[in-house]
Write a new protein. Structure first.
Length: 239
């Protein structure tokens, strides 16, 4: 199985970490490659960023199918251009939010998301409403840290632990989803440290969920419904 990961930013700053993260979760016979979009934002932290990134993402997904890939992971928690990309290709396309949310709903009745910045919080609420799962979302919290400043793992882990504890104790969460795919390599450590504090809450890595669901679709011979995701009508389009 060949899976392409499209990191929807113009920098490759996260690429090596993404490869390392995915290597922990992918099946032994799954081959992964990681690419970036050639134009667009340095990070995605707003609806405007999503719009700027969307056409390049879709173009990279189309290229992945041409290159013989069996599936594509758009490596962003906001699922940018995922619906549009599904209209353009026959191979399955997933983002990070939907697989992570479905994972949380399988193992908990109420769950929270801890994301990067406050302006991302309403975006995640919108995603939950679109899926019709807002009643199971206990809260969306943030660590007040931009995506491009997530590299200091010690500081990030400390901030995440504080917000995860509040999500459980104050908001009633029974599981927590890390709300940014840049929060790499932390989920299992966070879960262990919360358990050591007497709070045995599962912490869901959105990258792990995305790769798992994508492999499931490919192995099952499944892809997005052509009834739900019809090919766009032919017409002139200028960019």
């Amino acid at each position: 199985m060949k899976i392409r990961i499209v990191v929807p930013i113009i920098s490759d700053v996260f690429n090596e970490e993404v490869k390392k993260e995915v290597a922990q979760f992918k099946a032994p016979d799954t081959v992964i490659d990681v690419v970036n979009i050639p134009k667009g934002p340095a990070s995605i932290e707003s609806h405007y960023d999503e719009i700027v990134a969307s056409v390049p993402i879709a173009e990279m997904v189309v290229q992945a199918e041409k290159d013989g890939c069996h599936g594509v992971f758009v490596d962003c928690f906001g699922d940018p251009a995922v619906d549009a990309s599904r209209e353009l290709v026959g191979i399955p396309v997933v983002g990070a939010f939907q697989p992570a949310a479905l994972t949380a709903m399988m193992i908990a009745r109420k769950w929270s998301v801890v994301t990067v910045l406050k302006n991302v919080v309403p975006m995640i609420g919108d995603l939950a409403r679109r899926m019709g799962i807002e009643s199971s979302l206990a809260s969306v919290r943030d660590v007040d840290t931009p995506v491009l400043e997530l590299h200091d793992k010690g500081v990030l882990e400390s901030k995440l632990l504080g917000q995860i504890e509040k999500a459980v104790v104050e908001d009633g969460a029974e599981a927590v989803v890390l709300g940014c795919t840049g929060m790499l390599g932390l989920a299992q450590s966070l879960a262990r440290k919360m358990a050591s504090k007497g709070i045995p809450v599962p912490v869901i890595d959105p990258t792990a969920s995305a790769i798992g669901y994508l492999e499931l679709l490919v192995r099952g011979g499944l892809s997005q419904s052509r009834i739900a995701y019809m090919a766009p009508p032919h017409k002139e389009r200028r960019f």
